[in-house]
Structure formats: C-alpha cells, structure tokens
Write a protein that binds this ligand. Structure first.
Ligand SMILES: Cc1cc2nc3c(=O)[nH]c(=O)nc-3n(C[C@H](O)[C@H](O)[C@H](O)COP(=O)(O)OP(=O)(O)OC[C@H]3O[C@@H](n4cnc5c(N)ncnc54)[C@H](O)[C@@H]3O)c2cc1C
Length: 161
C-alpha cells in the first residue's frame, strides 16, 4: 500500500505508528498559505515583457514584517487566451482589488528545516515491502519530486516503471 498524503496526515492515519514513523514523518511541518485566483494584473510587473511564470513582490524592505506575494501568471503558465488576465497569488490578498477575486483557497506547503532535510535521507527505511510513502515532501516540493517518490514507492513494492 502506498500512502501518498502529507507526512503529518499520514501519521494521523496510522493506528500504531512505529518509532521510525513517528520520528521521520513527525520531522516535517507545513505552512498554510492563503491563495487567491483573481484577474487583478497589477500584481504582475507593469511591463508584460518583464512578466515571468512566477513573479514575486515584497510590500516593504523588511521580510519579517512585509508579506511576500508570489503571483503566477496563469495566461503564460496555462497558455490561456491573451487578455484573460487570470492570476494566482500566494501570500494573502493585500493589493488585490476585491471585485477581481474569483476564488479563495488555502494550500499547504512543506517547510524545509535542518531536521526535515535530515529525515529525508532516512525515508527509505519506512518502506517495508507492505507499505511505502510518496509525496513531493520526499524532495523539494515540486511535481517532479512527487512523481519520483511514487516511482520509488512502487519499486519498493516490486513494481518497475
Ligand atoms: C498554488 C500552487 C502552485 C504550484 N505550482 C507548482 C508548479 O508550478 N510546479 C511544481 O512543480 N509544483 C507546484 N506546486 C507544488 C505541487 O503542486 C505540490 O508540491 C504537489 O502537488 C504536492 O504533491 P503531494 O502528492 O506531495 O501532495 P498533494 O498533492 O497535496 O496530495 C496529497 C493528497 O492526500 C490526500 N489526503 C489527505 N488526507 C487524506 C486522508 N486522510 N485519506 C486519503 N487521502 C488524503 C489529499 O486529498 C491530497 O489529494 C504548486 C502548489 C501550489 C499550492
């Protein structure tokens, strides 16, 4: 069986976790990130030529007090028709015109700490041949990391892909 949830969710699902499962799955924490789908393109660089798929904006110079926004230009990322103006912004709704908001979500992202990075190296110990774990938290939190961990989980259960 492959458990492909976040590690804190996996730990809550286990009726009788082993010491290694408690220690290694418990080493990962997640941050909750308010996310807004909207059409306020003022969150992107003014010049379309300066726009990237991911665009960050700091509302001040001090990172500890000024929230950082990351805005995804969905037109570019999803090849939407020019002018549709869809943007996904992480990090709060400061500066987003309320009448341009389409949907609000909350997503969770893994927080990388020395303890979680050290735990990653030991994750293969959790694969018993009966259960295995998968998810982007096995790597740096990207799609490719999730995919690679799924292949590894299958391999630990005797399936090559
Ligand atoms: C807005 C946003 C943009 C992103 N953009 C990119 C990008 O451009 N490129 C990139 O590489 N990555 C991107 N990411 C990151 C990437 O999407 C995630 O890292 C990836 O989806 C995480 O995969 P995962 O399998 O670890 O977790 P998830 O995709 O979160 O899967 C965990 C699953 O476990 C399920 N689950 C939870 N509890 C239980 C339970 N008790 N029983 C059964 N199932 C349960 C959940 O429903 C969920 O389906 C983005 C993330 C966000 C939020």
């Amino acid at each position: 069986m492959v458990i492909a949830t976040h590690p804190d969710q996996a730990l809550r699902m286990l009726a009788d976790p082993t010491a290694d499962e408690k220690r290694l799955l418990g080493a990962f924490t997640y941050s909750r990130n308010p996310t807004v789908l909207h059409t306020d393109t003022s969150l992107l660089p003014r010049s379309p030529k300066a726009r990237a798929s991911w665009n960050y904006r700091m509302t001040g110079c001090e990172p500890s007090t000024a929230p950082v926004h990351v805005s995804y230009d969905m037109e570019r990322l999803q090849r939407l028709p020019a002018g549709s103006g869809y943007v996904v912004t992480l990090g709060g709704d400061t500066g987003i015109a309320p009448d341009r908001v389409v949907e609000r979500m909350v997503y969770e992202h893994p927080v990388y700490t020395p303890a979680s990075v050290a735990a990653q190296k030991e994750l293969p110990r959790l694969n018993t041949g009966v259960t295995a774990y998968a998810g982007a938290w096995h790597g740096w939190g990207f799609h490719e990391d999730g995919c690679r961990s799924g292949v590894e989980a299958a391999r630990s259960l005797g399936v090559d892909w």
